[in-house]
Design a protein around this ligand. Structure first.
Ligand code: XUL
Length: 526
């Protein structure tokens, strides 16, 4: 028996990847979209609301999704008793607030399903997620209390950032002190899901813990100064922080009885989606950069030393294989492309056709794609900015609009990743939009780098499965990633010299446009 399960609780869906390590075979890659669970009102992963800066989810949708996902596997004849170990991946930064009941697993009464069991233990009915940008005031307060931007950045790997967990916790304490008092433990999405799987409150791993503005990267422990700057009595409410390969315990009896997991199936600490993807694309060692085109667009790589971004937009997280990883995140990822597609009523195929029809450089038509509040750079009032022809600016040219959003995303990624010092020999691309050859061509040309594509676009789920295998002794990173993370032959996308030249000339123009457009040029919250 050598099956390992990776679960991926992401923004818009939950998925499962099963690998058979002995056979070197991907057994299953299945997914449930939250739009299939309309009763939770999170079809795109978050609850509707009037304030564009506030983005919360109902954490129960992740649990209903997990039940549905596992039931679907069983219905398709997947024998889950073959799974030796399971780990997982969660959208980063989101926080779940739970009462003392959650800390007493023996008191958990598995009330028919996961939703019924956990609902009474929620101290706060909603969970702020990474899309939330509502905590600028709290970021400023934390920065001031912790002695300024530089110490916060040096200690935690990032300045205080709106979507990070610390500022989110502070906002909750300020706005709902009773709710905060009722809260016995605050989990990340990753550690919350791991807890439910193991039927006990699980620790937070170093990979995801680094996205909270609370972890001291030097000591690998919660930082007392950052904790005090964030909220009173917070230390008592945080789970312990552990290396990512830590075992959390055997799987809860619920999963044994309901889905046929073997009693004693090992649960390994979950991590964030980006740290998991780093493993899932085979990028665990420095030298490989990763572009992830999911709900958010991210650029990241394993790091030799935890160097911070002088501009203050990039982050340092824990690498689940040990050491650190860089990361830069763009909130206007998949949803920005979807918005252009929706406005011009295009299918994804037509979206690709638009790219095929338009010239690189887009005849000078450019866009700053701030459809939602952005974090890189910090833009709190959403609004798209255009420059170029009159028809383009008036929104009448669908072809140019599509190319403008894709090129802007590539330019922004190129410009904001320049602080990452480690040399990269390869760029691997993952996430939903990585299936589009046209989108990959723009990235290859803007970065002047060959882009390698992998078999699964769900690198976070695959990374979680490989982490479960490595942590429980099924193999070393090299062997596991060689077997499962090979780029698919014939699927790589090479830069085209003529296009590279166009973008080399256009990039400074975009940079100037972005600088005068909007968005901060200085360190956030300085
Ligand atoms: C990373 C970030 C997002 C989320 C959701 O800092 O906020 O990439 O992890 O994917």
């Amino acid at each position: 028996m050598s099956w390992y399960l990776g679960l991926d609780s992401s923004t818009q869906s939950i998925s499962a990847v099963i690998v058979d390590v002995a056979a070197g075979r991907l057994v299953e890659d299945a997914s449930v979209s939250f739009s299939e669970l309309p009763e939770f009102k999170c079809p795109n992963g978050f609850l509707a609301g009037d304030d564009p800066l506030v983005r919360h989810a109902d954490p129960l949708v992740w649990l209903a999704g997990l039940d549905r996902l596992l039931q679907g596997l069983v219905d398709r004849g997947i024998d889950l008793s073959k799974v030796v170990a399971v780990s997982g991946s969660g959208q980063q930064h989101g926080t779940v607030y739970l009462t003392a009941g959650f800390l007493k697993p023996r008191a958990w009464v598995w009330a028919g399903d996961l939703v019924g069991t956990v609902r009474p233990m929620l101290a706060r009915p909603t969970a702020p997620i990474w899309m939330d940008s509502s905590t600028s005031e709290e970021c400023r307060e934390i920065t001031a209390a912790a002695g300024g931007v530089a110490p916060v950045q040096k200690t935690t790997g990032s300045p205080a950032i709106e979507r990070f967990s610390g500022p989110q916790i502070r906002r909750f304490w300020k706005r709902d002190p009773d709710g905060y008092r009722r809260t016995a433990v605050i989990h990340l999405v990753s550690s919350f899901m791991a807890s439910v799987l193991a039927g006990r409150s699980a620790p937070i791993d170093l990979g995801d813990g680094a996205g909270m503005n609370l972890l001291n990267l030097g000591t690998g422990a919660w930082d007392p100064g950052m904790i005090n700057a964030t909220a009173p009595d917070l230390a008592a409410r945080l789970p312990p922080v552990v290396p990512s390969h830590t075992e959390v315990g055997p799987i809860a009896e619920y999963f044994v009885r309901r889905y046929g997991f073997a009693r004693g199936t090992r649960v390994v600490a979950w991590s964030g989606d980006n740290p998991n993807s780093l493993i899932g694309v085979g990028g665990y060692a420095p030298g490989t950069a990763v572009i992830s085109l999911g709900t958010s667009h991210t650029y990241f790589a394993a790091m030799r030393r935890p160097t911070v971004d002088p501009a203050g937009y990039g982050h340092v997280f824990g690498n689940p294989a040990g050491g650190f990883m860089s990361l830069i995140c763009f909130k206007n990822g998949a949803l920005a492309q979807e918005e252009v597609r929706r406005r011009h009523q295009l299918s994804w195929k037509q979206f690709d056709d638009c790219l095929r029809r338009t010239p690189p450089g887009n005849a000078g038509n450019m866009m700053l794609p701030y459809f939602v509040a952005e974090t890189t750079p910090l833009v709190l009032t959403p609004g798209v900015v255009f420059t170029g022809s009159e028809t383009f600016r008036a929104g009448g040219d669908a072809d140019a609009m599509v190319r403008a959003v894709v090129e802007a995303q590539a330019y922004r990624m190129r410009l904001h990743s320049s602080w990452i010092a480690d040399r990269t020999d390869a760029v691997r691309v993952t996430g939903g939009a990585s299936v589009s050859r046209e989108v990959c061509q723009v990235l290859a040309d803007v970065f002047n780098a060959r882009l390698e594509r992998l078999e699964t676009e769900n690198s976070a789920g695959l990374g979680a499965a490989l982490r479960a295998a490595q942590a429980t002794g099924a193999g070393e990173w090299q062997r596991l990633t060689d077997a499962f993370c090979r780029p698919v032959a014939g699927q790589s996308v090479s830069p085209l010299a003529a296009n590279v030249e166009v973008y080399r000339r256009q990039l400074p123009a975009f940079e100037a446009f972005a600088r005068q457009g909007r968005g901060g040029q200085s360190l956030p919250h300085a």
